[in-house]
Design a protein. Structure first.
Length: 95
């Protein structure tokens, strides 16, 4: 029986809680630690105007980078609007 890989949550690098940003900020996290037979990881970045993430305003998935993984929204964020962001990691080869 194969053991499922363990993948820790990524840690936010930028922007941190309470940061004021403009335009299209590049969101960055340190890569997840993993153990077991993990394949290529993908990071899904979600941005919303509320902490319930309903609805999600912007979402995008990117392949894992070297040491850090980043996502830049495809359009500017609304000026003077508070955004919340989160990242989830998936391993499609072990889903």
């Amino acid at each position: 029986m194969n053991e499922a890989p363990e993948i820790d949550p990524p840690l936010p690098v930028f922007p941190l809680t309470g940061a004021q940003v403009q335009g299209r900020p590049t969101l960055s996290v340190t890569n997840s630690n993993r153990s077991g037979p993990a394949g290529s990881l993908f990071y899904k970045f979600d941005l919303a105007t509320n902490s319930a993430f309903s609805p999600i305003a912007i979402s995008g998935s990117v392949a894992e980078g070297v040491g850090r993984t980043s996502f830049t929204p495809p359009s500017d964020l609304t000026v003077n609007q508070t955004y919340f962001w989160r990242v989830t990691v998936t391993d499609p080869s072990n889903s």
